[in-house]
Write a protein that binds this ligand. Sequence first.
Ligand code: FUB
Ligand code: ZN
Length: 673
Amino acid sequence: MEQSIIKGAGRPISLRNIQVEDDFWKAQMELVRKEVLPYQWEILNDRVEGAAPSFCMRNFRIAGKITQKKKALGNAYEEPTPTFRGFEVLPEDMNHLEDKFYGFVFQDSDFSKWIEAVAYSLMNHPDEELEKTADEAIDIVCAAQQENGYLDTYYIISGMNSIFTNLRDHHELYCFGHLTEGAVAYYQATGKDKLLKAAMRFADFIDSRFGSEEGKCKGYPGHEIAEMALVRLYEVTGEERYLRLCRFFLDERGKRPYYWDSERTEKHTQGERYQYNQAHRPVREQDEAVGHAVRAMYLYAGMADAARLTGDASLLEACRRLWKSTVHEKMYVTGGVGATCQGEAFSFPFDLPNDLAYAETCASIGLIFWARRMLELETASEYGDVMELALYNTVLAGMALDGKSFFYVNPLEVLPEACHKDERKFHVKPVRQKWFGCACCPPNLARLLSSIPSYAYTEDEESLYMHLYIGGRLTKEIHGKKVRLQIESGFPWSGKVRISFEGEEAFMRLALRIPGWCENWKVNGTEGKRTEVKQGYLYIEGNWKNTDVLELCFPMTPVFLQADERVRENIGKVALKRGPIVYCMEETDNGDCLHLNQVFPEEPVEEGSVQIQGQTFPALIAKGRKRKREEARELYRAYREAEYEKAELTFIPYYTWANRGENEMSVWIETAK
Ligand code: FUB
Ligand code: ZN
């Protein structure tokens, strides 16, 4: 196998080597450990009243019973035939459930994401009770595994004769991918390999069925993630066959004749075939982000992984082109991607509607996965900028401040009445939900938030790359020496960062991301110069010794942003951002009819604060005016100049919206002429 030839920002630091201590992120990670993970475990077991049923662990338990029965009966076991080729199986009567599979065909993945989140949390914070629950869950899952290694409850329960017959829609390879990611993480966290072995057996079974060798299936996943997962499995086991299988899946995608045509008789007749699954063209020829946004993000992340490991320049080039299309033409100001609800997909360039937005939480999570992998390929701050943007805005907005309800869709403008009455907006919820029938986002959030330091810091032998400034104690080994860094950070509210060095003296190169939103920064009180910055990173190297201190200052000044003129929705409007945080207006602070407000973007913005669920958050107060409503409320009338009254407009961090009940919200606001 060729070795990597591309120089990037190293690999993520181990979660064991950083203890997060800053107020912001420690609180998030503790919330995940203490509230989100136990809550989600209850959900996976259908024990939360009023929440959509998950059926996840129930399916595993039933599959386990079937597996035991099969072992007992051997060839005498008669496989049923799956009766549907659709997506969701719902019980007719919730009080009388049968020993059947219920839920979406990818319900298994909710467990897999949850166990992955548990693993990261344990790495950072040992928790006996949580680990015990996780071990019990793993026992239930592994008991369902077939003798041949297959492990997907939908087919185990509904009939194994149909496995791998609907790769385009039926998510077996997706479930495998998530299972593998969870298994690798749990092994790395605890050293326990039961789930890892199960994932390897499943991988080996898939490997025995798929591949370029004659007689093997030439299919590939309808929903990507197996690519990334196989890379992780390869990296933890050193088994080349997993990397080979990943490459096989990437290489087959989009080849003609289309593999999926052989799975079905009906053919797609409209549009570019298989765009939805990014299989319309071979991956190396793709240049526009299209189709289902989460799938796209996972595919591109997998391509970046493969490019890193194989030095495949054409994959890297494709990743760069797709990055440009995603970030420069199809991304919301909040880091959301996938503008249309039709197919949870990317729309055409610059089509970024605010109120109809989809911007699935998982898609922004996927964007972060991809951005970090791009950084591993090349140290360029745009990737860090996007990672930061998506994280502090769309991703954090995906979860309520108490960790107990979630957004799947992340609009930039909401009128609750429209969510209730306008079918085109039924996907937009004005408040977060306890759970979802299709619950991909909440456990995905948990796994990202509990592993966030591995996105903030990456390293190679002599270098430490700081992408997101998350405070804590970090240990880095350099040629057998242990350098310790204490990082104090005011992010995301203040750009002050203090890095003090402790431990052994050693030569180390620090690569500091200069955020794209920051014009003038200081290092130890001295103004930084753009000429010292390479692709957005400032490199400082030397022999760091005890008592050395670096003080960084990235001033966070409120800025009104405007969109490219091609974004028709936002003409004449601005959005307010301060540092990494995008702000929005809510009705609770500004009264109803937010659309009647206008802002004076050239007037100074003041800092304020707002109480939300007992917590104090920074608010921004801008000068504006509100259009007066005409007395005569006619639908149409002859034009006359509108009248306005002065208004102080209060903006709150976008991610905190909808934590005070249903109300209007808007990120973009008209400017006063
Ligand atoms: O298909 C699995 C997951 O469910 C996708 O990633 C989400 O977009 C949702 O459709
Ligand atoms: Zn999702």
